[in-house]
Design a protein around this ligand. Sequence first.
Ligand SMILES: *Cc1c(COP(=O)(O)O)cnc(C)c1O
Length: 388
Amino acid sequence: MMDSYHFETLAIHLGEEPDFFEGTGDVVAPIHLSSTFARERLDEFPKGYRYSRIANPTRDVLEKKLAALEGAKYALAFSSGMSAETAVLVALIRPGGHLIAFEDLYGGTKRVLDLFKKKYSIEISYVDATKVEEVVESFTPKTTLIWLESPTNPLLKLCDLEAIAREAHKHNIKVVVDNTFATPYFQNPLEFGVDIVVHSTTKYINGHSDCLGGAVVLSDDDLYEELSFIRKSTGGVLSPFDSYLTLRGLKTLAVRMRQHQENALKIADFLESHPKVAKVYYPGLKSHPQHELAKRQMRDFGGMLSFEIRGGAREAQRFVESLELFLLATSLGGVESLISIPAKMSHDYLPPEERKRLGIEENLIRVSVGIKNAEDLIGDLQRAFERI
Ligand SMILES: *Cc1c(COP(=O)(O)O)cnc(C)c1O
């Protein structure tokens, strides 16, 4: 029966059927705070639980839902997006090996990749993955992994997941996609042959900016075993309380994403026609270079956009500081709207010349469009443009 239910139903119902929890009739999964679980006999674990770092009933419910919503067999919830990414790198990186990564990536992902590079003599090719041939040309006999985002942070670039996965698999290379921006509501990378999906559940999946979390989602049995072992050994698990918060957020993901998307499209249109805006990056706009790919690969375009304000660093700073409804903060995906200057915030880790090469200029402004009233949001932007 579960198989035939839709996204919205699974997000709420799966794993939380009434009476699932010891016949109490709970309609939401209780927070199982217990760090350990008693056994009656030395070698028997009738409910499968022994210690909360290995498995926890509240976290299990979240993992079941995440797996189902990504169309996967398994999900593992971590204490943050970065701890999820680190576990995947531990599983797939070989000392002296080679990996390929999209050059437009979340700043923290580049930082952890560079950490592995230094410590374990990894070679990394950063490529423009919007061009499949550039990815393929970078293959070497030592390549074990391709790390992608689509859409990317902060330039909202897309790459052809199906084409890249097909080429990678000819050479036994695993493909990882950070699906944080699209969320499983708008895109399921495993459908296109991708091996592993990672999420920062801190963002849209939790959606209320009140808890960090990460997830790895996959269907490969051996990789799942390995990742479970890595998580159990290194310990970056999502706590029971944070599992509960994330579960609560996840239930409304579909309605939130629909509203994020509706507001983002209105704001993208507004920005594109504003004389003080030089360029807008949003996959839902016809002017976006991968708009056709977005229509094919995603169910819709999401709530993230970036734009270049006319002028430079000064204009960008004055603009973001004079807004009222858009809060100046890193992070994204919450119900409120957040605005940031990647060059000074999420991507300040990159050297200035590298940022310039990638197109992350000082007048680039990234917007996480929230679900407040769109007219109010546009009014706030309008007033801020008038003040600069
Ligand atoms: C925030 C983010 C991460 C890191 O997640 P944390 O939960 O902050 O550790 C990774 N990838 C993307 C695309 C992100 O936006």
